[in-house]
Design a protein around this ligand. Structure first.
Ligand code: ADP
Length: 616
């Protein structure tokens, strides 16, 4: 692959699918250039395994060349049998053939083994490449897709690539060698007969191309439909409690059934075309062979070729007819694979727009100074509708700022922009005095830690979950963080202590316990800025006070940005920033804002902020 193709492209979107279309039959590029593009990408994947590939190709060529010997041996045997009464020459031919069989067996073993090895290897690399890339993609990319779709791509699209590299390419090469080799022998035997035979080949090829193109398009539709249905399943299962509590099992079942039925119909349309394809290609092939038998028979009757040569001619013709029809089938298979491969490379080639600048500025020391300067932002999916307009905000190191505002006002968006989950459209956000776009992304994000409303814990032990905050944390550090987060006591209360497994099949934690684990995780990360998304749901009083105490410890000496709903939090904040209608409506202390009688006061009166705030 040329490196130019991998260079980042500029785009106004959050990410770009940085690729020239490999060419598509349906939109003018032609299947040839598309397949060549894909072939080139596949070769890139194979390149690191040159030695295996060379072994595979050499053994493949050797084994394929050997199969060309058999028709020749048959001719020798027949002609020898017709000329002499002794079987000496026949014996020799048979012995030679046996030796060739033995060599062939070794070659076939090596060929099959190394080709399959390559297929498996490439698939493993590809899976890792896709997932590596996926992990770095911007949030927006995930919002636009269902996770099930992605899982399906990793599972089924990658398997299609495996079958191309592991078997179809090798079959294509083998049949290619047999076709060309057989043809050369045919010309050597009799030029006229060969030319006549060839007159029927182009029509077969044309028919093949026509069907191949149609089948490829249909197969793509089937794969897309299947990915859609998988997404649906993932969604239903992920939300199974909601499904069952609303008694929507019937609805979900029906939706799924419709999805799979529609896949079935699409598959069947494709199957009909494929069946016709095979039937037509086979009939054309057999009609050709019948013609050759007729012409060859006449040539022998006229004394132009010997009986042995006629047999040899037939055998080679069968060989190349078989090779050609297999090649045609492989062509269709390659078309099918092209769709799958294309989608995978589309993921791999997606270059996130949010990435390190060419030249980054090292993160200066500091205590977490944040500034939003005239920030305007709209989500790419709704470009014309700014979610934030001209936001100006200065947060000093160590300050506790409460962001409040009605639901949908843009509070979470402010936090996402600070994280650089997306970049601002206009204006600038600086951290420690440097534009966040100039900072190394990892350094920026490591300086921030979020304790979300619904903390996300991974399947694994409690230790693992706390240690997620910092790679390489020691057990002593983990326990110290847990102590500070008021989590040590309940953790040691479990029989397995820190090794208690949580997650799908493990222990379930209460809301307050989960939050304290998340706080321990954030403590371990030791960030400069703490980002809190305050829960609106009520914890029981005891949990609540434990969580609050842990939070207070976590906030000490750090800049804190909190999306606040509780009156107590808002009162304790150094400053309250009210976001409304995509901009900063007012800011100040609780008393100042109350006295003002603006948006803030209304939020309090409507209990959006309160002792028991209603969810916004
Ligand atoms: P808040 O946190 O104040 O409730 P958000 O920042 O979540 O508000 O949302 C602000 C606005 O942006 C809302 O109108 C919401 O619908 C919209 N929004 C949020 N996320 C996205 C997204 N990924 N794509 C498009 N619009 C979004």
């Amino acid at each position: 692959m040329d490196d130019a193709a991998a260079a980042p492209a500029t785009s106004s979107g959050p990410y770009v699918e940085d690729r020239k279309p490999a060419g598509d039959a349906d939109d003018g590029g032609g299947p040839k250039s598309r397949n060549l593009g894909i072939l080139r990408r596949l070769i890139d994947l194979v390149r690191p395994h040159k030695a295996r590939f060379a072994l595979a190709v050499v053994t493949l060529l050797g084994a394929s060349a050997l199969t060309l010997v058999y028709p020749w041996a048959a001719k020798e045997a027949i002609d020898a049998g017709m000329k002499s009464a002794t079987s000496a020459k026949l014996d020799k031919i048979v012995l030679g053939l046996l030796a060739l069989f033995a060599v062939n067996a070794v070659l076939v073993w090596l060929r099959h083994y190394s080709m399959s090895w390559l297929g498996e290897r490439v698939v493993t690399d590809l899976r890792a490449m896709v997932f590596d890339r996926v992990l770095t993609l911007p949030m927006q990319w995930f919002h636009e897709r269902r996770s099930g779709e992605l899982v399906s791509r990793l599972a089924s699209d990658v398997t299609v690539v495996e079958s191309v590299v592991g078997s179809e390419l090798s079959m294509a090469l083998r049949n290619g060698v047999q076709f060309i080799g057989g043809l050369v022998f045919l010309f050597v035997i009799n030029v006229k007969l060969t030319l006549l035979m060839l007159a029927i080949v182009p029509p077969i090829v044309l028919v093949t191309l026509y069907f191949g193109k149609k089948i490829r398009r249909m197969s793509r539709e089937v794969q897309d439909q299947l990915a859609k249905v998988s997404g649906q399943v993932q969604e239903s299962i992920g939300a199974i409690a909601t499904v069952q509590s609303f008694v929507r099992e019937g609805f979900e079942a029906k939706r799924y059934r419709q999805g799979v039925e529609s896949t079935f119909e699409k598959s069947m349309t494709m199957v009909r075309w494929r069946s016709s394809f095979f039937a037509t290609a086979m009939s054309a092939g057999f009609a050709g062979v019948t013609m050759v038998i007729w012409l060859g028979g006449r040539a022998m009757i006229n004394g132009e070729i010997s009986a042995g040569q006629l047999t040899q001619f037939f055998l080679y013709t069968f060989m190349i007819a078989g090779a050609l029809s297999e090649l045609a089938g492989l062509w269709a298979a390659l078309q099918r694979a092209a769709g799958a491969t294309d989608r995978l490379f589309a993921v791999i080639d997606t270059v996130p727009d949010v990435r390190d600048a060419v030249k980054t500025t090292p993160l200066p020391d500091g205590g977490g100074a944040i500034e939003f300067h005239d920030v305007t932002f709209a989500y790419p999916s709704r470009k014309t509708l700014p979610v934030l307009t001209n936001i100006n905000l200065q947060i000093a190191p160590g300050e506790v700022v409460a962001l409040v505002g009605p639901s949908g006002a843009g509070k979470s968006t402010i936090l996402s922009l600070l994280y650089r989950f997306a970049d601002v459209d206009q204006g600038r956000i600086s951290f420690e005095g440097v534009d966040v776009r100039d900072l190394p992304l990892a350094a920026l994000r490591r300086s921030l830690a979020m304790v979300a409303q619904e903390p996300v814990l991974f399947a694994g032990t409690l230790s693992d979950n706390i240690a997620y905050g910092r790679e390489g944390a020691t057990q002593a550090e983990i326990e110290s963080a847990a102590r500070d987060a008021n989590a040590h006591q309940f953790i040691t209360g479990f029989p397995d202590g820190y090794n208690t497994v949580i997650g799908e099949r493990g222990t379930k934690l209460s809301g307050g316990q989960k939050q304290r684990i998340a706080i321990a995780r954030a403590l371990l990360a030791n960030p400069r800025v703490l980002i809190l998304d305050e829960a609106t749901s009520n914890l029981d009083a005891e949990s609540e006070s434990l969580v609050q105490a842990a939070l207070a410890r976590l906030m000490k000496g750090r800049t804190t940005l909190v999306v606040a709903h509780r009156l107590s939090t808002v009162r304790d904040a150094n400053r309250i920033v009210v976001i409304d209608n995509a901009s900063v409506a007012e800011q100040g202390t609780h008393e100042e804002l109350l006295a003002k009688g603006g948006v803030y006061r209304r939020l309090i009166e409507h209990q959006v902020i309160g002792e028991n705030p209603i969810a916004t």
